[in-house]
Write a protein that binds this ligand. Structure first.
Ligand SMILES: *[C@@H]1O[C@H](CO)[C@@H](O)[C@H](O)[C@H]1NC(C)=O
Ligand SMILES: *[C@@H]1O[C@H](CO)[C@@H](O)[C@H](O)[C@H]1NC(C)=O
Ligand SMILES: *[C@@H]1O[C@H](CO)[C@@H](O)[C@H](O)[C@H]1NC(C)=O
Ligand SMILES: *[C@@H]1O[C@H](CO)[C@@H](O)[C@H](O)[C@H]1NC(C)=O
Length: 507
């Protein structure tokens, strides 16, 4: 507790500083916000029933499959992880034996191997041998997965030449089998092992397919969050929302497939509702076209982090679009340039180049909106400070979860709470510097690895975080406002059930 008092004094002086410098047009700072997660950008773990209507819903884009020949009892493997032949001589399945699905439709798929190449028929489809050499999947790389009635993990793979894949031997896999039995001895039968499912916007829209996706998504946008939610938030001590969005919204009403149009209208509505209830909006580009972290919430197709400097112009054009549309809206508080870039795949130098260009794009339309720079996951917490100091009205976004690391599994409730008062307070003060950028705890949640916590334990954990995070000079945002499959992640549920009370002046 001693160290907490030290930080408190430190924060108090900072607070006075930021108040005097920002009072003119940002007197509402620091913000208390909820993230409207899983609204305009799907995150299946928050409401998995959204995927229930998809045929073969266990075989979505990015799901990893492995194929064990029932005859040889060996796994298919892309030799060297790709660039060579496909063999069937592995007793154990690891990364070379795992194929990431690209879904063409409910039965046709491409298989992406470890080094990002695609499995296909050799000689551009003219041969019958199976190789993994193509950079882009075309018809020679498109296979039909035929599942056995009554045992969906028994499969046969029909190649684009109409014939089935078979294991002629451990080192000879060809597409020239015409039989059709489900006997274990049949060289075309495989046991399919499915793992690593991704449930993001790409998966849900491509899974439902062009006809159904538009309807499903529009129903979701119209019902998941409504004006009543803004009313609830404003009546319960919140003064802002953070809204994660995807790049396709800049192409509304006709974004590239599989994404569907209409989310822009929903975002327009959010601004209107925020205005009606005197709330502020933080627009957060969670999903650029090329994934910055490989997570489902980046709307990745297959979980591979591929964003690089060549993607800067396209990503900036999305920011430009958002800033031009909302830059002068009275409810705009901030634009966040990119959520959770992941180190080390994202070099800090590349990120800074992008942040500079994104900042300049926002400033074409507004001199007052805050520009939010998300720290890299796994990066050094102060690595953006010297760059950010040179910019006007920016905030550094840090995300604090007492989960996703095995160490937290050993923490008792009291240890979690102390961790917040000590470590988190120290971490936040390290990015809250006089004359530097504002600080923003852009994601946190009152949930943890503790299995048998009492209600009082969890209340104290939430209180501890509120007490510490209120010293973030830009504010904080709870993840999330609503979460159907995870009640502690729903601020609405936490407030309705008396776990969090933002009316308490201490918070
Ligand atoms: C599998 O077959 C390939 C091609 O002949 C060979 O290079 C590789 O060493 C074999 N691996 C095992 C584990 O037998
Ligand atoms: C699925 O895709 C394959 C390959 O492009 C095509 O031949 C087939 O007609 C499609 N099936 C449906 C139901 O659209
Ligand atoms: C948070 O602070 C602790 C203690 O000062 C430090 O060890 C840790 O590395 C910091 N965390 C981050 C993400 O920088
Ligand atoms: C449950 O909590 C008690 C103390 O509150 C602790 O000693 C015990 O190890 C916990 N059990 C589990 C399974 O976490």
């Amino acid at each position: 507790m001693a160290s907490y008092t030290t930080y408190l004094t430190f924060f108090l002086s900072l607070y006075l500083f930021s108040f005097s410098s920002l009072a003119c047009d940002h007197s509402e700072l620091p913000l208390k916000a909820a993230s409207l997660g899983n609204w305009l950008l799907t995150e299946g773990w928050m409401k998995s029933s959204m995927f229930d209507g998809i045929p073969n819903k266990d075989l979505l884009d990015g799901t990893q499959v492995q194929f064990k020949s029932t005859k040889l009892q060996k796994y298919l493997s892309a030799e060297h992880g790709g660039g060579s032949i496909v063999v069937a001589n592995r007793t154990k399945a690891d990364i070379w034996e795992s194929f990431k699905l690209w879904r063409v439709n409910e039965t046709f798929y491409n298989f992406r191997v470890f080094n990002k190449l695609f499995v296909g028929l050799e000689n551009k489809g003219q041969g019958k041998g199976i190789v993994a050499v193509s950079k882009i999947p075309n018809s020679p790389e498109t296979f039909e997965i035929i599942r056995k009635d009554g045992d969906l993990n028994q499969v046969r793979l029909r190649a684009p030449n109409g014939l089935f894949l078979q294991v002629k031997s451990e080192t000879e896999v060809t597409a020239d089998y015409e039989g059709s039995s489900w006997e274990d001895e049949d060289p075309s039968v495989f046991e399919m092992v499915v793992s690593g499912a991704i449930q993001g916007e790409y998966q849900i829209t491509n899974g439902y397919g062009p006809e159904k996706a538009a309807q499903v998504m529009r129903d979701h946008w119209n019902t998941y969050i409504t004006e009543d939610d803004f009313k609830f938030m404003s009546e319960n001590g919140l003064n802002a929302v953070r809204i994660p969005v995807g790049w396709w919204l800049a192409h509304d009403p006709n974004p590239p497939k599989p994404f569907v149009g209409g989310s822009l209208q929903a975002l327009d509505n959010a601004f209107k509702w925020a205005y009606n209830h005197r709330m502020k909006v933080i627009v957060d580009l969670h999903a650029p076209r090329v994934s910055q972290n490989g997570y489902a919430h980046s709307a990745t197709r297959d979980g591979i982090q591929e964003w690089g400097e060549s993607d800067i112009p396209e990503t900036v054009s999305v920011i430009d679009f958002l800033a031009s549309r909302y830059g002068t809206h009275p409810s705009l508080a901030a634009i966040e340039l990119m959520n959770e870039p992941l180190a080390p795949g994202m070099p800090v130098e590349s990120l800074i180049k992008y942040y500079q260009a994104g900042y300049d794009a926002v400033r074409k339309y507004t001199s007052t909106a805050i520009v939010i720079l998300s720290n890299r996951l796994g990066g050094h917490q102060r690595e953006l400070l010297s760059f950010a100091k040179k910019l006007d009205r920016v905030a550094i976004d840090v995300h604090y979860y007492n989960l996703f690391w095995d160490g937290y599994k050993k923490f008792s409730p009291q240890q979690n709470i102390q961790f917040v008062y000590n470590q988190r307070a120290a971490n936040l003060s390290a990015v809250t510097t006089p004359k530097g950028p504002l600080s923003f705890v852009g994601e946190w949640v009152a949930d943890w690895e503790v299995k048998n916590a009492t209600k009082r334990d969890l209340q104290r954990f939430a209180e501890a975080q509120l007490k510490v995070y209120k010293h973030a000079t830009f504010g904080w945002a709870y993840w999330a406002y609503r979460c159907d499959d995870c009640k502690h992640w729903s601020l609405r549920w936490m407030i309705d059930n008396g776990y969090i009370n933002l009316q308490n002046p201490e918070n």
